[in-house]
Design a protein around this ligand. Structure first.
Ligand code: SAH
Length: 223
């Protein structure tokens, strides 16, 4: 499986780094075959640009444009796993960021709607989705704390920025039987990843694990 280091790959053996990446995911609890396959198909290296590009296959969050971060791969995997996406599902992601999480979801769901408050991040992510032929993702710049009522209801909602509480408009846009995964807590502290399941008569809440995300901020950003 290994290939000799070349001039194109000064940091070492790319194939081996990708294999270690998948191994790290498994060892941190990302064990579902469908999720691992989707993550194997999406090259994180394409979503990390500039200074940190050579760390793309390490299990750590990294800076992206607009002062935001691409999440830690094992957290992406665990959130995707908790979301339990089905092939016919329509998914909303709040917090497009680099587009990495949306690209993974696109391999698991029928359609992915993703929104970010930074137009630049959306623009860059759309270019990547087009290059990868991911035609089932629709990305727009908007304030995701209000969801996307025109496209609702959703089978699954994933929020990749921390809210103080699960946002009411998002809960309202979840189908009965639907699942939302959202980090909840103050932005400068450790937050809890919460799984919200909607039933015919109400909502169930399950606390999954501590996480640390950038805050969900209201309004569209200037850039
Ligand atoms: N899922 C991303 C990482 C997201 S980082 C990835 O895979 O790379 C969190 C993102 O949430 C940031 O890009 C930030 O701009 C966005 N965000 C914060 N508040 C928001 C809001 N109210 N509406 C939409 N996006 C928001």
């Amino acid at each position: 499986m290994s290939e000799a280091p070349s001039g194109d790959d000064p940091g070492g053996d790319l194939a081996e780094r990708k294999m270690r990446f998948l191994f790290a995911l498994r060892s941190r609890g990302v064990t579902e075959a469908r999720v691992l396959t989707a993550m194997e198909r999406v090259d994180r290296g394409l979503f990390v640009k500039g200074l940190f590009a050579d760390r793309a296959y390490e299990d750590m969050p990294l800076p992206i444009s607009c002062g935001q971060t691409i999440s830690q791969p094992s957290v992406v995997g665990l959130m995707t796993q908790a979301l339990n996406v089905q092939p016919r599902d329509v998914v909303l992601e709040v917090g497009t960021g680099s587009g990495y999480q949306a690209a993974i979801l696109a391999h698991l769901a029928r359609r992915v709607y993703t929104v970010d408050r930074h137009r630049r991040l959306v623009r860059e992510a759309v270019e990547l989705f087009q290059g990868l032929g991911l035609v089932n993702i629709t990305a727009v710049a908007r304030d995701g704390s209000f969801g996307w009522p025109e496209q609702a209801p959703f089978d699954r909602i994933i929020v990749t920025a921390a809210a103080e509480d699960p946002p009411g408009p998002l809960m309202a846009q979840l189908k009965p039987g639907g699942v939302m995964v959202v980090p909840v807590g103050q932005s400068d502290a450790v937050q809890s990843l919460i799984k919200v399941t909607r039933h015919e008569t109400g909502f169930d809440y399950e606390e999954l694990r501590p996480v640390r995300f950038v805050p969900l901020v209201e309004g569209i950003a200037a850039d």
